[in-house]
Design a protein around this ligand. Structure first.
Ligand code: GLN
Length: 543
């Protein structure tokens, strides 16, 4: 029997609903249950793929090629359950499904309305593609009170009613602020937020109270009384020093017990949270530290590189070191010498990116890393920039570039128009729609034996990693680049698309066309990140 937990947020945004959902998923999993996490996003974009990272943060890509909300990254990192297309839906997608059905005549002459047609489509989504999960956790994006989330709240209200309390639970995340002028904690915002939810027909079963200090018993009682929940169901979600502490703290506060109690499940033995405790111990007591420079474009908004910063931290955990991130806007290298910004760092990472702005700076960062023998990790765009750098400065292909930036005499990075996915031919052209037309999702990659990447991947012959890009390193320049010292350590199995490049005579210089950060977990740091941070540790002994 699948049970549904609906997670809403109130008072203000950015309370960490995604992390809260992920942590509850991890706790239920530690109790031996099979979980799946989903996100319902109220905006009108069909998916976040076309949104600027400044707007929405990172686009998280699933194995099956969906461009999704970054919270799915939290879910996957915390539970290890690979997310799927069916785990993220937006108002845009719901409406386009409903409108397509209407045009097709599927509503048999009915007036198509938010209730029941849109809400039915939402309910269908919530319950679709479930395979024996004990719990499906559904996070509703936005804050209660937003106009745009109303259809979602109405749909989960209906579902709560249809499924009954034995199969549905409403959890609400709120804020209990401390007002320093009064020297008091305030429960009123929580009361108002619950009132708002009640007005929509939803009585929360559990309240998660974000708070920066201990929640006094008197305040807990007050919240329970005014919000019509049991005292034990008022859980304090106190600020913690590392995100890996969140599941441990929630357990100590009784969250998973309360969920079990609600569903009439046995509380039983304590869940084993040792793996979380081990990670927390390493994070709190590192044996050293390294500094990695991330040379990118969206550096003002850290959420734009969420999985990346997490994966670097995982690499640090694997090496028992703290990883300091030095965010650099690559455009700065167009005015200032890279040396002054990069001389002190132990590793340089050029992440994924789009468009010409800042590209020259990234090319300079790759040059600096190659010449000064500083560990370099180029991811997607970062690999493309490293290849352009090699073409221009080592292979003497002056003005080599990517066709993403316009005409070039040497298109060492270009648009691939045809490729194979699961034995079928895929096509794209420069005129394609922007949404959903990239090489997206998991693709296999054949690893060349004897290379550094082969060693990093434990000498397996084939790996699978997730992609999100339109352009590719141009195979027609392979020989010239090889003469310049570039080794193609990974290729698509048909030998057409370069997937990994490296310099064997460099301490650590690797470019990958895919996004390894999407699959890294705190308990299973991605081998490329583990190896990159190990190289940075070596470098830190030299600098
Ligand atoms: N802009 C490049 C492309 O589309 C790289 C994309 C990326 O880094 N994700 O191929």
């Amino acid at each position: 029997m699948t049970r549904f937990i609906f997670i809403t947020g109130g008072v203000v945004s950015s309370l960490g609903k995604g992390l809260c959902s992920a942590a509850l998923g991890a706790l239920l999993q530690a109790r031996g249950y099979k979980v799946r996490l989903r996100k319902l996003d109220p905006y009108l974009n069909v998916d976040p793929g076309t949104m600027s990272p400044y707007q929405h943060g990172e686009v998280y890509v699933t194995d099956d090629g969906a461009e999704t909300d970054l919270d799915l990254g939290h879910y996957e990192r915390f539970t290890g359950v690979p997310s799927r297309q069916s785990d993220n839906v937006t108002t845009g997608r719901i409406y386009s499904t409903v409108i397509a059905k209407e045009r097709h005549g599927d509503y048999l002459g009915a007036t198509v309305q938010v209730i029941p047609h849109v809400t039915d489509a939402i309910k269908e989504f919530v319950q679709a593609d479930i395979s024996g999960e004990d719990f499906v956790l559904c996070e509703i994006g936005g804050t209660v009170g937003d106009i745009e989330s109303l259809p979602f709240l109405e749909a989960i209200r209906q579902l709560g009613n249809e499924l009954g309390p034995k199969r549905a639970l409403f959890m609400h995340l709120t804020l209990v602020p401390y007002i320093s002028a009064a020297g008091e904690l305030k429960t009123k915002p929580t009361q108002h937020s619950v009132k708002e939810l009640l007005g929509l027909g939803i009585q929360p079963d559990i309240l998660m109270c974000r708070i920066d200090r201990a929640l006094p018993e008197a305040d807990r009682r007050k919240i329970a009384l005014f919000c019509n929940v049991e005292e034990e169901a008022v859980i304090s979600a106190r600020d913690v020093d590392t995100i890996y502490q969140v599941p441990i703290s929630y357990h100590e506060e009784g969250l998973d017990n309360e969920v079990c109690r609600h569903f009439g499940l046995p509380i039983g033995a304590e869940p084993d949270l040792n793996r979380w405790q081990n990670v927390v111990n390493v994070v709190r007591k590192p044996e050293g530290e390294v500094t990695i420079s991330i040379v990118g474009k969206y550096v003002q908004l850290k959420d734009a590189y969420k999985s990346l910063s997490e994966a670097l931290e995982h690499g640090g955990i694997a090496n028992h070191v703290k990883v300091n991130l030095d965010w650099i806007d690559s455009e700065i290298f167009e005015q200032e010498d890279a040396v002054t910004h990069l001389e002190h760092v132990h590793g340089i990472l050029v992440p994924g990116g789009f468009g010409e702005r800042g590209a020259e700076g990234k090319i300079q960062a790759a040059r600096f890393a190659r010449e000064r023998k500083v560990p370099y990790f180029g991811i997607c765009f970062g690999m493309q920039m490293a290849v352009i750098e090699a073409a221009r400065n080592v292979a003497d292909l002056n003005m080599a570039s990517s066709t993403e930036f316009g005409q070039t005499p040497y298109p060492v990075v270009g648009l691939m128009t045809e490729w194979i996915k699961s034995n079928t031919l895929q096509r794209r052209t420069a005129e394609d729609n922007k949404g959903g037309t990239m090489r997206l999702g998991s693709y296999p990659c054949a690893v060349l034996p004897g290379t550094r990447v082969a060693e990093i991947y434990d000498n397996v012959s084939e790996i699978s990693e997730r992609h999100r890009h339109r352009y590719e390193v141009n195979i027609n320049f392979k020989e010239q680049l090889e003469k310049a010292g570039v080794v193609f350590g990974g290729m698509s199995p048909d030998g057409v698309l370069p997937e990994m490049v490296e310099y064997p005579d460099h301490p650590w210089f690797i470019g990958v066309q895919f996004h390894p950060e999407l699959k890294s977990k705190p308990f299973h740091p991605h081998p490329l990140f583990t190896s990159f941070i190990a190289a940075a540790v070596q470098q830190s002994r030299l600098v």
